[in-house]
Design a protein around this ligand. Structure first.
Ligand code: GAL
Length: 697
């Protein structure tokens, strides 16, 4: 059985060094029938490995109840990789970040008494070890020494980003984590990215990893340089423009890394896919396209074809690269750096022009080469194999959405009742003299929580004014006496600070007459945070949703008792599935157009096309969508007006400023039937006559 190890140059399998070209495909972000095709396409594009995180939060949604079915059938995923001859890098975490709900932790962890996450806390370490042991036993046959495809495993994730918060406790934690991993005896090397403990290989995550190599080898002369996250694009946030990265820049960064002596690289993401259901973390869009080489629907992009050319060259010269020592850089008179790898009479040269703006003409071994700005030219035996800045025109793909036939039947509607009426809530309502954050009632089984109070407005407080909610999250819709008053305006801030009240304060302009009013606030969570830094200097357990602060009217705090109700009536009655038959749907579209809190349903026949399907939700505002009872995700047409984080700038550019953040929503083929039920819960108000079924070409 294969023995996996490593030396100072590369990962070794049965003593042979391998060059690892890997791509991340997260199994829950596509459907099982897509996995084989995704992996086949990856292989065709020259990858020899795939990588995935493991999603504890989905495998154990309820404490002690495990799920490995359907999109969570990781054994099927591993088996498929194995059948295709692909290695697997398994990043177990179980903290994974990944733009996924609670960074991969089940939300019930918050309720375990005495817990603090990702630090030297016995309660957390016990829960974590229990899961990791169970999981590793579950996939044990798939580790390489047992004949399976898994050659590397990761424990924890980027602890370096939070270590400063935990000091010595953090160091102890990381050591204990590494010891626990070792004790599992999976038989393959353990890696840790950005921060590590003895016994593991520390790996790199970056847009450009070559500038990190000298320090890496100085610190770890006996270890190979592995790049666990090469970001070929970036994730999108509601209310922000679409993030993109050019194929040329990704190829430059990849080639530059191998030139500098790296021997293993994983694209994060190679296929981003979809955050179905309520699986996205706070503010993360339903699409996780990531501008990755395989698009959200699994189709090849220009980036994939361009990188595939580079991969073929790297694979062809893999023995030359891994069997030589790290090349000594040779700076040419023109300022270009050459890296030469030679072995058994074969040579691969990388000519690197790192200048961002200037093209350079160089003479090298008797030939002349034009090097565009920020590019790597690969040369063998005097033949130019590729320049990373030149995309061949035949590989340019221009994807489009086409309206599918047949079309949707006329929409029907039903209005979500307000919680003060006859209402069967998900959990019994809670009466409290002050607002209480919602996760302790919803346990994150729903995004929604109602906060209802009676207000007595005295004559001197009557008139126009600002209703202020201090300590509220994430999106809220405010109703007074059943009338819609206002909603949270995007963009929201990605990294907030619990100690900065302004981060969690929202204000609504309204008019209140003297007398009694019913104030109803519907709080809508947008996913649970993915890491401590999203709360300021707080542990992830401190995450809060809903309303837990002060209500202020015209500058004066109002002390009122609250009735707090978790979830929607329509969710509880599953009106998006079999419960659809139990409510009385109305057909008069004109009456409901633009109404808040409206459930919409339509039906359609299975489209004839084989192409991937999507829903164009133009005309709608914000809510959740279901296909045949399965949740396809949150939707929000929030315009992309937010300013991107400046640190992305060297690699990432923006597109679609001011446009709806996400217009198209993936409808997986496997969820379709001959006759299909599509249900939307629209929170703010929409016009479904503009909604279309589309396919991607
Ligand atoms: C990394 C993290 C990943 C993912 C990525 C951004 O820092 O390790 O899990 O969150 O950033 O997509």
């Amino acid at each position: 059985m294969p023995k996996v190890s490593y030396d100072h140059r590369a990962v070794t399998i049965d003593g042979r060094r391998v060059l690892l070209l890997s791509g991340a495909i997260h199994y829950p972000r596509s459907t099982p029938d897509m996995w084989r095709l995704l992996m086949e396409r990856s292989k065709e594009a020259g990858l020899n490995a795939i990588e995935t995180y493991v999603f504890w939060n989905f495998h154990e949604r309820r404490r002690g109840v495990y799920d490995f079915s359907d999109r969570l059938d990781i054994r099927r995923y591993l088996q498929t990789a194995h059948e295709l001859g692909l290695y697997v890098i398994l990043r177990i975490g179980p903290y994974i970040c990944a733009e996924i709900n609670y960074g991969g932790f089940p939300v019930w962890l918050r309720d375990v008494p005495g817990i603090q996450l990702r630090t030297d806390n016995e309660v957390f370490l016990r829960e974590k070890e229990k899961w990791v042991r169970l999981f590793c036993d579950y996939v044990r046959p798939y580790f390489a020494p047992n004949g399976g495809p898994i050659i590397l495993a990761q424990i924890e994730n980027e602890y370096g980003n939070v270590a400063w918060m935990y000091g010595e406790a953090g160091e102890r934690y990381l050591r204990r984590v590494a010891e626990m991993a070792e004790s599992l005896q999976v038989g393959v090397p353990w890696v840790m990215c950005k921060g590590s403990a003895p016994g593991t290989i520390e790996t790199l995550n970056a847009f450009y990893a070559h500038p990190l190599l000298d320090d890496y080898f100085a610190k770890y002369p006996d270890k190979p340089a592995l790049w666990t996250e090469h970001w070929p694009g970036w994730y999108d946030l509601w209310g922000y423009p679409h993030n993109r990265r050019t194929p040329e820049d990704v190829a430059y960064a990849a080639a530059r890394f191998f030139a500098g002596g790296g021997t293993g690289m994983n694209y994060y993401m190679w296929h981003g896919g979809t955050n179905f259901d309520r699986e996205a973390c706070y503010l993360q869009t339903t699409s996780y396209d990531y501008d990755a080489p395989l698009d959200e629907y699994g189709l090849p992009t220009t980036k994939m074809y361009h990188l595939a050319r580079l991969h073929r060259i790297l694979q062809e010269y893999a023995p030359v690269l891994v069997e030589s020592e790290r090349a000594t850089p040779e700076v040419l008179p023109e300022g270009v750096t050459a890296y030469t790898y030679s072995r058994d009479g074969r040579t691969l040269v990388f000519l690197c022009n790192d200048d961002e703006a200037k093209a350079v003409r160089v003479s090298y071994e008797g030939r002349r080469y034009n090097l565009p700005p920020k590019s790597v030219t690969l040369i063998a035996a005097g033949t130019l194999l590729m320049n990373t800045a030149q995309v061949e025109p035949r590989y340019i793909v221009e994807p489009r959405m086409v309206i599918a036939d047949p079309n949707l039947s006329p929409f029907q509607w039903w209005v979500e009742p307000s919680p003060s009426e006859t209402y069967t809530p998900l959990h019994p309502p809670v009466l409290s003299d002050k607002p209480v954050e919602q996760l302790q009632f919803t346990h994150d089984e729903t995004d929604y929580c109602w906060y209802v109070a009676k207000l007595m407005v005295l004559p001197d407080q009557a008139g126009a004014g600002v209703l202020e909610l201090q300590a509220v999250a994430d999106v809220v819709h405010v109703f007074v006496d059943g009338q819609f008053v206002g909603t949270t305006q995007p963009p929201l801030i990605e990294d907030r600070d619990l100690d900065d009240p302004e981060s969690f304060t929202q204000r609504f302009q309204t008019n209140l007459t003297a007398g009694e009013h019913t104030l109803a606030i519907l709080c809508c969570a947008l996913g649970v945070i993915k890491g401590d830094w999203m709360l300021g200097k707080h542990n992830m357990v401190d995450e809060r949703k809903g309303f837990w602060g002060t209500l202020i009217w015209r500058g004066e705090p109002l002390q009122v008792p609250w009735r707090i109700t978790a979830g929607l009536q329509g969710e509880h009655g599953r009106v998006y599935a079999e419960g659809s038959a139990l409510v009385k749907w109305e057909s008069s579209l004109e009456v409901a157009r633009g109404k808040p809190l409206c459930w919409w349903k339509t039906e359609f026949e299975r489209p004839k096309t084989d192409a991937p399907l999507a829903l164009d939700l133009s005309g709608m505002t914000k809510g959740i969508a279901w296909l045949n009872g399965r949740c396809i995700g949150r939707y929000w047409m929030a315009p992309g007006t937010g300013k991107p984080s400046p640190w992305l700038a060297p690699a990432v550019y923006q597109e679609g400023e001011g446009q709806p953040t996400q217009r198209y929503y993936h409808l997986p083929k496997e969820w379709l039937r001959d006759r299909n039920l599509l249900v939307l819960f629209e929170e703010v108000g929409g016009d479904p006559t503009q909604v279309r079924l589309c396919y991607r070409v």
